[in-house]
Write a protein of this length. Structure first.
Length: 329
């Protein structure tokens, strides 16, 4: 499942950039690195384009703030592409990750870029839906909303009217306005918060990643914000599931399971691939973050789980069309 450290030396694409697969819908690889003196787990994640929750879930036994030098750390850089139109920006809130499909010139390899993001914390949910970019600002000033000003007053602090560009500006050095009033994709002066729910609804990016996107994303670019806590992928003759903690803080439930099964059955090729439904259920229950294979390799000595529970689930399929699957309509 994991590549050796030396594999990164062979990488020809920038971190987070991948050629679109000719078949299937998976990109990237999981690999391992060793910690250096003074590094935190978040430092390593930032260096490898991975956010807080991804690193924490991939390395549950590694100290977040003071890992021992030489500790082996998993870099979970393998992704199932969201099952949406591959155009412009796609943001999956449950995954805390942004995907960008740039236009390419004739003869150029189609590609996808993916970056960790921070999103709205509880009570400040990032809105869903298809929108577009409307303006780009370099070194923006920040005009705090009334909720921030009220919070300052309650803390006995003078409510700020405006925060000029500089190290105290929470928008960082780059901001891309969306056609949803009050919402932006922007940098941050607190990069440790990337990969978690910490904003007031805006979408935060690492300073270096939004800088890389800023000059290439046009005004009028399509932005599709989705909430998909379960994704199903195919690579060769194997199927995978990737699940995340839903935004409502509840376990992945019946609706997510039915949605995963619906994705499995969407293509004729995928419907013929054997599936280990025990692994599917385990992945949904654990919100594993990393793609999990849904069929054993030929040499895997495991007993398949009886399908009685799955037959019962399939009997519920007529209900599925009435469920909110949290995808683009």
């Amino acid at each position: 499942m994991c590549l050796p450290v030396a594999a990164m030396a062979e990488e020809e694409w920038p971190r987070g950039h991948y050629p679109l697969p000719e078949s299937g819908n998976m990109v990237g690889e999981v690999y391992r690195v060793e910690t250096r003196e003074g590094q935190t787990l978040l430092d390593i994640g930032r260096e490898h384009n991975i956010g807080y929750e991804e690193m924490r879930n991939a390395n549950p036994d590694v100290s977040l703030w003071a890992p021992d030098p030489g500790t082996e750390v998993v870099i979970p850089a393998r992704y199932i592409l969201p099952p949406t139109q591959r155009q412009g920006v796609v943001i999956n809130l449950s995954e805390l990750r942004l995907y960008y499909y740039p236009d390419v010139a004739e003869g150029e390899t189609p590609r996808v870029e993916t970056y960790p993001i921070g999103i709205g914390r509880e009570g400040f949910n990032t809105p869903l839906g298809v929108t577009e970019t409307t303006m780009k600002l370099k070194d923006p000033a920040w005009y705090p909303p009334e909720s921030v000003r009220q919070e300052a007053r309650e803390n006995g602090e003078p409510p700020p009217e405006v925060v000029p560009p500089g190290p105290d500006n929470p928008l960082g050095q780059h901001a891309i306005l969306l056609d949803i009033p009050g919402y932006l994709i922007h940098g941050t002066n607190r990069p440790d918060g990337i990969g978690m729910r910490a904003s007031r609804g805006c979408i935060r990016m690492m300073p270096e990643t939004i800088e890389a996107l800023f000059s290439r994303i046009d005004v009028g670019e399509r932005v599709n914000i989705i909430d998909m806590p379960v994704k199903v992928g195919q690579e060769g003759e194997r199927l995978y599931v990737q699940s995340f903690k839903p935004l409502d803080e509840q376990e992945n439930g019946m609706g997510d399971l039915l949605e995963a099964l619906h994705q499995l059955q969407e293509t004729e090729a995928a419907s013929q691939i054997p599936v280990d439904y025990a692994r599917l259920r385990e992945s949904l229950e654990s919100s594993s973050w990393q793609p999990v294979a849904l069929a054993p390799r030929p040499d895997d000595a495991i007993e398949p789980e009886p399908l009685q529970w799955f037959d019962e689930i399939l009997a519920m399929r007529p209900w599925h069309d009435q469920l909110d699957t949290r995808q683009e309509g």
